[in-house]
Design a protein around this ligand. Structure first.
Ligand code: PMP
Length: 490
């Protein structure tokens, strides 16, 4: 064990050892039952007299922080109740730079609905607030076998740094997947990222500067708003309807705000589930060309379509270099893989690849190899088909539960795919007010305020995830929600 000691200090050495260990024990870095080094060993390692170490241990023992076991050594004791988990280094306030430099850095401070649900302590909680699919159906066994196969096949190569642009066979496999969805991509223009969140972040790093303006759908993905805020970028919301962004209103906003980027989720939007119509897609591409503004297309669940005809990706309509397309395996497969990708044509691709390199060098090569193997042997496609069938049934179950249990004033349009149903609440009911009571009754949802540039615009909406719970839980969750809503109307 290395303990930093200041031999010039007026604090005696035994106190320095004691203080260091005390901080470790209180902060949890030395958990209970950790065996401390024998005093003779520690004294030798630190160049101290053995008595110095024994004095430090005795001080900790007197406080009840360690205990000695006859013939076995000195161990960290369980923390006495009430002892603070972290000890301040000294009685000093935090340095001023810990505070946000810009006013208004507030977006991410609300507790997550799932945490509120957990804290409420309901014996049978039902969480409809999440942003992903159902963890219980992730193909863990299949993936484990593929992973072991990759380790046998590639051995050390799987554990090295890889190409900053991504594992070449995976980039080809991605191109095959997107080609089957009507988006023909050159693998050379694909950049593998650590989730699509990183792809969004790289685009911000490369294209935006603090003070720039980005146009977003109102509502849009909450963590994209958080990201834009982190980058010091202003966001302006464009109204949406059941056919996605109201592109007709875009030109006036462009002339007014001179945006540097348009961010859109054209398929099964998070949070509304709406898809951008074909006519609006073409109009959007034309405007991007006319005003020379890049489009960031976030296709996070494009493959989860349960019915209806898919519209072409904006990228497929791009005459060249106007659209940066982003997608992910998080929703179609498993979010913990942290594999997403972007594709861009022209010089900006190299700039994005360079930003990827300086951000995290490369996405895990082992996971990329396993994913490539999984996709190539057709497991991905088979899993996707099963997921679509399952999620379609769940969407139907949620829709019928809403009709059965929620007040008739609740408005919504069932989505043709994706993960979410977006509800407008009855007049005067606010999602944020409803949430604590709903959690007490054992159900959580995502309040609409989190998805708007101005949270007040989302007060009367909530988002429900139908993909992450089996039909009977959806039924029960919505029944509980109905009770809470009726109480708040009364
Ligand atoms: N875009 C949208 C619209 C999302 O909902 C999410 C995840 N919730 C992401 C991007 C990022 O997902 P990931 O980084 O896991 O690919």
């Amino acid at each position: 064990m290395r303990i930093p000691l200041d031999r010039q200090s007026t604090t005696p050495l035994y106190r320095q050892v004691e203080d260091y260990l005390r901080r470790g024990i209180r902060s949890g870095s030395l958990p209970s039952e950790t065996r401390l080094p024998a005093s003779r060993t520690l004294a030798r390692d630190l160049g101290l007299n053995r008595l110095t170490v024994e004095t430090a241990y005795a001080g900790l023992e007197a406080e009840g922080l360690v205990y000695s076991r006859q013939g076995s050594g000195t161990y960290v004791a369980a923390l006495p109740p009430g002892l603070p988990q972290t000890a301040p280094a000294a009685d000093l306030p935090w340095p001023r730079w810990h505070q946000p430099a810009r006013p208004g850095a507030h977006r991410s401070n609300d507790p997550a609905p799932s945490d509120l649900l957990l804290a409420a302590g309901h014996p049978d909680p039902i969480d409809l607030s999440g942003g992903a699919g159902d963890i219980r159906h992730f193909p863990a066994d299949e993936f484990r076998k593929v992973m072991q196969g990759v380790m046998r096949r590639d051995d050390l190569a799987a554990l090295d740094y890889g190409d900053r642009r991504g594992y070449t066979p995976l980039r080809s496999a991605i191109a095959q997947v997107t080609a089957s969805q009507g988006l023909a991509l050159n693998p050379e223009g694909i950049l593998v990222t650590s989730g699509s969140q990183q792809a969004l972040s790289l685009v911000c790093q490369v294209l935006l500067s603090p003070g720039d303006t980005v146009l977003v759908e109102a509502p849009t993905y909450a963590s994209a708003l958080d990201l834009f805020e982190l980058c010091g970028v202003n966001t302006v919301g464009i109204p949406t309807d059941e056919h996605g962004m109201q592109v007709e209103t875009l030109e006036a906003k462009i002339r007014l705000h001179h945006p540097r980027l348009i961010y859109t989720i054209p398929n099964f939007s998070n949070p509304t589930g709406a898809c951008l119509s074909g006519a609006r897609r073409r109009q959007l591409i034309a405007l991007a060309g006319q005003f020379d503004i890049p489009i960031l297309e976030d296709d996070f669940v494009g493959d989860l379509r349960y019915e209806g005809r898919a519209q072409p990706a904006l990228k497929a309509l791009d005459p060249g270099g106007r659209v940066i397309y982003v997608s992910t395996f998080s929703k179609m497969l498993m979010p913990g893989l942290r594999v997403g990708f972007l594709t861009a044509d022209g010089p900006v691709y190299e700039r994005l690849a360079e930003a990827k390199r300086v951000t995290d060098l490369t996405t895990s090569g082992l996971v990329q190899r396993a994913l490539e193997a999984y996709v190539t042997i057709g497991r991905y496609q088979a899993f996707l088909r099963r997921s679509c069938q399952r999620y379609r049934r769940r969407r139907d179950a949620l829709v019928s539960a809403i009709h059965q249990h929620l007040p008739s004033e609740v408005c919504f349009g069932p989505p043709q795919g994706g993960l979410f149903v977006w509800l407008r609440l009855p007049e005067g009911v606010r999602g944020d007010d409803l949430l604590p009571e709903a959690c007490q009754r054992g159900v959580a949802f995502a309040p609409g305020s989190r998805f708007f540039v101005d949270p007040a615009d989302g007060e009367s909406f909530i988002r429900l995830n139908f993909a992450c719970q089996p039909p009977e839980h959806l039924q029960e969750g919505v029944r509980r929600l109905g009770e809470v809503m009726r109480n708040s109307i009364r």
